[in-house]
Design a protein around this ligand. Structure first.
Ligand code: AMP
Length: 284
């Protein structure tokens, strides 16, 4: 069964009638196979899954794409209905507030800030972004009270920030990180890929190919990462790269000598579209 609601009051009323644990998948909509993989995992585990579709103004900077971000609710609902055919006895509750004031009262004065993790990489390039993400996720967690919530590793730093928030605020929620879903070409699926021309999509493949090359170099000589470091330095001469970096997969520290797992994170920019991708390499 699918139920679509758009008001916070309706959400709270409905939730108060449910005793069983529920799963939760937060998104900004314009669904693709990446989002649906999160929903599928939640449905495999829970009888009732909440799925939010909300383009959160707090996580966009003043010159970013908030206004043109694709809003395709009808199409999204059809995709969820199609997936639900595989889960006939389950319920998905789509929370799709149309007006931001449904989630954030006007002139609200609360913000959740995860320091440290939020201040690097994406956080440096997009000041305030992770506070916007943490604030909306916290708010949705409070309203929905899920047992588990599902996040894509595609937004790796976001996944770490949310895990840190849950840990620091002792929220009784398990954060599940889900693998990146890719096009056949290797391009990580993203709602923003539709800003790209076919030619640019082809050009964007350099991102995944480069990450794979770095991964290969690390795997080739785990005790000496100099070859990978040199390769990264040469690659960064192409100024389409916002960054390409090897970090500790838990702390995002660049000190990776004793890391158990390394994350290779990269952002390649084509005009105003920033393509994000990453890979993890086990070092043990
Ligand atoms: P978004 O709607 O872009 O905010 O994404 C909502 C959730 O879907 C986030 O947890 C993302 O990390 C996840 N997600 C987005 N793209 C992918 C992908 N290609 N593979 C797996 N998860 C994804």
């Amino acid at each position: 069964m699918l139920k679509v609601i758009s008001s916070t009051k309706e959400l709270l009323d409905l939730r108060s009638t449910q005793r069983d644990p529920v799963g939760f998948v937060p998104t900004m909509g314009n669904l693709h196979a990446g989002h649906l993989s999160l929903l599928k995992s939640a449905l495999e585990k829970f009888q009732i899954v909440y799925f939010s579709i909300f383009v959160n103004p707090k996580q966009f900077g003043p010159n970013e794409d908030f206004n043109r971000y694709p809003r395709t609710l009808e199409q999204d609902i059809k995709l969820i209905e199609k997936l639900l055919l595989e889960f006939k006895d389950k319920t998905v509750i789509v929370f799709a507030p149309q007006d931001p004031s449904e989630v954030f009262p006007q002139d609200d004065q609360q913000s959740i800030t995860v320091t440290g993790l939020s201040e690097q990489l994406e956080g440096k390039i997009r000041p305030g972004h992770f506070a916007g993400v943490a604030t909306v996720v916290y708010k949705l967690f409070k309203l929905i009270r899920p047992t588990k919530s599902y996040f894509g590793l595609k937004d790796y730093q976001q996944y770490l920030v949310i895990k840190q928030m849950v840990r620091d605020l002792a929220l009784p929620i398990e954060i599940v990180g889900m693998p990146i879903v890719r096009e056949e070409s290797g391009l990580a699926m993203s709602s923003r890929n539709q800003y790209l021309s076919e030619e640019e999509k082809e050009q964007g493949l350099i991102l995944f190919r480069t990450l794979k090359k770095v991964e290969e170099m690390i795997n080739h000589s785990k005790n000496n990462l100099n070859q990978a470091k040199d390769f990264i330095n040469i690659t960064l001469k192409d100024n389409h790269w916002n960054y390409l970096i090897m970090v500790d997969a838990e702390t995002l520290s660049v000190d990776i000598e004793n890391s158990k797992k390394i994350a290779i994170l990269g952002v390649y920019q084509l005009r105003t579209t920033r393509l994000l991708d990453n890979l993890q390499v086990e070092m043990a």
